[in-house]
Design a protein around this ligand. Structure first.
Ligand SMILES: *Cc1c(COP(=O)(O)O)cnc(C)c1O
Length: 406
């Protein structure tokens, strides 16, 4: 038996058939088919409220839509947050459908001229990733006859790690090295752009409040130092995000109240050059991961040399992350349950494998499950972020999953 991560609080206490947003998983699959991603938008709204309740009022909340860009989800989330962060012209178009351009910022390396132009036309802020991109954005603004909104993304000389902050930083395709950032700010201002400030993203998936607190304080200090060096107070400082969620056994939820309290203190003590600045935190997975459940039907149950395999109609082509092949070094189990029998005592162990003809397609490795038969539904939790849109859906030619919001 191998351990699995904790079932998110909204589902952990359920017994009997799983419900999502008050609707039975079985009925949802009967209506929309299997496999199916279900996103409970009330849970996302609750996360937004949790954030607002503990964070200083000067902090805007942005949603990084690459975590889950489903249009139906964006329609619900857009009005709840202050801004949307995008990373391609495709995401820009989706964000623009639910939010005005002025509330959108566009980060990411390799923005093509057409993408820069699209951002400038919609009034989005471009987070510049290099001096070369600054030149191309200014030129695009001139061609269009529009003053571009430009911020400088900084490759900080610090790094947010799973447990702690690391000073030093490293070479990165993202952002302008801190040492060179002030010069790019000056060039952007001299070029006639509307300079919007700094974007400083130091890392992802942190569960350690202490590490985040340290990183945010260092990020504020860095923004102040760069603003002094550039001789220009930043209208906005995007402090990055990095709030993590517990995926695996032993993970403990982030103490956001502690982060909010410390950030309040750090802001109160901020350098004079930041007095007039607004601040933003951009979050993807923390807002949406726990709201999503991937439901997949059992096609076959077989034993092989003493091991039980539960073969489902989904797989890593929909939910790559649960197979351990999306940004994890060691494969560990996401929380999994028999959706027909929540809370039932596990009677044995089984490996839940997908329908792809590759040994990589293992959604649960030797997990504890109650007896499962053909036709049952398996629920894989934490499917709200980096699920369908971050998986190789064309691999092996199976149909794309349905995705719904409830
Ligand atoms: C991916 C990304 C995010 C979102 O990260 P999460 O871990 O999902 O919160 C935020 N900002 C930037 C710049 C990103 O690239």
């Amino acid at each position: 038996m191998k351990p699995m991560g904790p079932i998110p609080p909204a589902f952990a206490a359920q017994t009997g058939p799983l419900t999502i947003g008050g609707q039975a998983a079985g009925a949802l699959v009967a209506a929309h088919g299997s496999p199916l991603f279900v996103y409970d938008t009330a849970l996302i709204a609750a996360q937004v409220e949790r954030f607002r309740a503990v964070m200083p009022a000067a902090i805007d909340l942005h949603y990084a839509i690459k975590a889950n860009p489903l249009p139906a989800l964006l329609e619900r989330v857009g009005p709840l947050v202050d801004g949307l962060d995008v990373a391609s012209a495709g995401e820009l178009a989706r964000a623009g459908a639910v939010k005005p351009g002025a509330a959108i910022s566009f980060a990411g390396p390799g923005k093509r001229d057409a993408e820069l132009a699209a951002a400038i036309e919609t009034g989005a802020t471009i987070n510049l990733e290099s001096a070369g991109e600054a030149r191309r954005a200014l030129a695009a603004g001139e061609r269009l006859g529009i003053v571009p909104r430009l911020a400088v993304r900084v490759n900080p000389d610090l790094e947010l790690r799973g447990s702690g902050m690391k000073m030093g930083g490293r070479a990165s395709p993202f952002g302008v090295d801190a040492e060179a950032a002030a010069a790019v700010v000056r060039a952007v201002i001299a070029g006639g752009a509307d300079w919007r400030g700094f974007h400083i993203f130091a890392g992802s998936q942190a569960l350690d409040a202490g590490a985040l607190i340290e990183t945010q304080a260092a990020t504020l200090a860095l923004a102040a130092r760069l603003a002094e060096e550039a001789g220009a107070p930043p209208p906005l400082v995007n402090l990055g995000g990095g709030f993590g969620v517990p995926y695996f056994a032993g993970d403990v939820a982030l103490d956001v109240a502690a982060v909010g309290a410390a950030l309040g203190q750090a802001l109160a003590a901020r350098a004079d050059v930041l007095t007039g600045s607004r601040f933003a935190i951009e979050l993807g997975r923390w807002l949406v991961a726990e709201a999503g459940v991937y439901l997949t039907r059992v096609v076959d149950v077989k034993t092989s040399r003493g091991e039980t395999f539960v073969v489902v109609d989904g797989g890593l082509h929909h939910q790559l992350a649960a197979s351990g092949n999306f940004g994890t070094v060691v494969r560990r189990n996401y929380p999994i349950a028999a959706a027909t029998r929540m809370g039932a005592t596990a009677t044995g162990e089984a490996s839940v494998v997908g329908c792809l003809c590759t040994p990589l397609d293992r959604l649960g490795d030797k997990v504890a499950l109650p007896p499962v038969v053909e036709g049952d539904l398996i629920a894989i939790f934490l499917a709200g972020a980096y699920g369908a849109s971050a998986s190789p859906t064309a691999f092996l030619g199976h149909p794309a999953p349905a995705e719904i919001v409830v």
